[in-house]
Design a protein around this ligand. Structure first.
Ligand code: UDP
Ligand code: MG
Length: 138
C-alpha cells in the first residue's frame, strides 16, 4: 500500500532576507526540494501582531527584540505543501543559530545571526494549522 502524507506548513522569509532581496533565491530552494508554494504574500506587520504570532515565546528574554524585529520590515509569508512538509521544511531551514546549521540549509547559506536567521517555519502539524490561519484566514 502506498502511504502519502501531504501536509501544509507556514514559512516566513524574515526581514533580514527580504531586505537583501533573497526571497526569490529562498523560494527556489523550497521548489527544488519539492515544495509547492500554495499561497504567498509580501506584507509588513504591526509589532502587536508579531507579539500574537510569537506568543509561545512571551516569557523568553528575547521576546521583545524578536517581535520588534519581525515587524521591522517587509516579510514574505507562504503556505508550503509537500509530503511531510513540516519536518521537511525544518530540515531545509537548518538550526535556529546559523552557526550550528548544516551545509545546504537556508540558515547556513543566508542567516546572519540567531535573531536574523532569514526564515521561520512551523514546528508541528498542529502549529502549522494555527499559523496558516493566523496569516491566511479570511
Ligand atoms: N531567537 C533569538 N534568540 C534566541 C532564540 C531564538 O533571537 O536565543 C529568535 C530566532 O529568530 C528564532 C525565533 O526567536 O528563529 C524563534 O525561536 P525558536 O526557538 O522557535 O526557533 P525556530 O523555531 O525559529 O528555529
Ligand atoms: Mg519556533
Amino acid at each position: 500500500m502506498i502511504m502519502s502524507n501531504t501536509e501544509q506548513t507556514l514559512s516566513i522569509i524574515k526581514p533580514d532576507a527580504v531586505e537583501r532581496s533573497l526571497d526569490n533565491e529562498i523560494k527556489e530552494m523550497f521548489k527544488n526540494k519539492g515544495f509547492l508554494i500554495v499561497k504567498e504574500k509580501k506584507i509588513q506587520i504591526e509589532k502587536s501582531e508579531a507579539e500574537k504570532f510569537y506568543k509561545v515565546h512571551e516569557t523568553k528574554p528575547f521576546y521583545n527584540d524578536l517581535c520588534a524585529y519581525l515587524s521591522s520590515g517587509p516579510i514574505v509569508v507562504m503556505i508550503l505543501e509537500r509530503e511531510n512538509a513540516v519536518s521537511g521544511n525544518r530540515d531545509l531551514m537548518g538550526a535556529t543559530n546559523p552557526n550550528d546549521a548544516e551545509e545546504g540549509t537556508i540558515r547556513k547559506k543566508y542567516g546572519i545571526s540567531i535573531d536574523k536567521n532569514s526564515v521561520h517555519g512551523s514546528d508541528s502539524v498542529e502549529n502549522a494549522k494555527i499559523e496558516i490561519d493566523f496569516f491566511f484566514k479570511d
